[in-house]
Design a protein around this ligand. Structure first.
Ligand code: GLN
Length: 345
């Protein structure tokens, strides 16, 4: 492979380089609170999208549920709406499991094993596996996510699962547990994911028993969270891998920025380009209606609202996040012309 040399980790200690943060702070607390409230009021009556039902129990979710949470890099939070409702994390688990795998294996090795490019296909695509000779393209769609889960450290399924559950809990700053009803419902219907896992095994791109890996992945997707938990998890990725509420160093900052890069590339599946074009930040969605978005150095945003667009991304969540990104000045690609008499460069 010609790309091999690019796959190496940096030969110097990037954690020793000065001031690696490219952006400033969130606006003042009052302004954040006001903008979060505006975003909620603006989109709460939007009736577009469909609640997922391919995992039967998810169909019981109310299409009216809508919550927004913002957690700053110093741990301050602002939230509104259905913040007390808990739901299964689903695909929003994927970047966090990838982060744990990068932490254990090194982000260079994780890239070699999983890939970091977008597929352009839906999240549960088998075609993406068949058409790309690398087989797993990135850890944020089901194929790469199953492979990432299979790479979690541990000799047994139980050890791998505990590592994932504990790692995710550290991102959230509290002990997370499985919603057994969701786990049972998805376990009874996840033949497609089992198929993907077996297909990957046939190509040597799954790193544990395919049925056990699918089971751990299904548990990981069934972890029960609130929109506040998701915002704390996102804020940890916004804060160099340190949970801003607990102070826990969950992953290194070198890992953190690679995870954000993959989220920018593939976090909203085949609509990731549209997302980046409009929001300008790494994000990750899930079929139960959660979206996390990361403003590096500033904070984490999370939205929860079950009705989804055809790609499986929350409709209200996307609208509210775009509004917040714009009004809070979070788009990473935005700049204004520098004054000529300021600074030296
Ligand atoms: N557990 C779900 C699945 O594998 C997660 C998918 C998602 O949230 N997009 O189908």
């Amino acid at each position: 492979m010609t790309r091999l040399s690019m796959h190496e980790q940096l030969p110097f200690d990037e954690d020793a380089t000065a001031s690696p943060i490219s952006t400033g702070d969130l606006p003042q607390a009052e302004e954040v609170r006001a903008v979060v409230t505006e975003a909620y009021e603006r989109y709460r009556s939007n009736g577009d999208g469909e609640v997922a039902d391919y995992i039967p129990v998810l169909a019981q979710a109310s299409p009216d549920w809508f919550g927004i949470s913002v957690v700053g890099a110093r741990g301050k939070s602002f939230e509104i709406g259905d913040v007390a409702v808990t739901f299964s994390i689903q695909s929003v688990s994927k970047p966090f499991v990838f982060a744990l795998v990068c932490e254990a294996l090194g982000y260079g090795e994780a890239r070699r094993r999983l890939g970091v490019n977008s597929t352009g296909f839906p999240f549960d695509s088998l075609m993406a596996v068949e058409l790309n000779t690398d087989r797993t393209m990135n850890p944020l769609v089901n194929a790469g996510a199953l492979a990432a889960t299979s790479l979690a450290p541990g000799a047994t399924a139980q050890e791998k699962w505990e590592l994932i559950r504990q790692g995710m809990s550290r991102f959230a700053g509290r002990e997370l547990s499985v919603d057994e009803q969701v786990y049972a419902s998805e376990s009874a219907t996840n033949l497609r994911n089992q198929g993907i896992a077996h297909l990957l095994e046939s190509y040597g791109r799954l790193y544990f028993d395919p049925d056990e890996a699918t089971d751990i992945y299904t548990r990981q997707c069934s972890l029960d969270v609130s929109v506040h938990d998701l915002a704390v998890m996102a804020a940890t990725l916004a804060n160099g891998g340190v949970n801003p509420v607990t102070g826990d160093v969950v992953v290194g900052r070198g890992v953190c920025r690679r995870v954000l890069a993959v989220m920018a590339t593939a976090g909203l599946y085949e609509l990731s380009g549209d997302w980046l074009y409009e929001v300008g930040m790494p994000g990750k969605s899930g079929v139960s209606g959660g979206i996390v978005t990361v403003a590096p150095g500033k904070g984490g945003l999370a939205t929860f609202s079950p009705p989804l667009d055809p790609a499986g991304n929350s409709v209200r969540g996307q609208l509210a996040t775009k509004y917040l990104a714009e009004r809070l000045g979070l788009n990473l690609f935005a700049s204004v012309a520098a004054s000529r008499d300021r600074g030296t460069s």
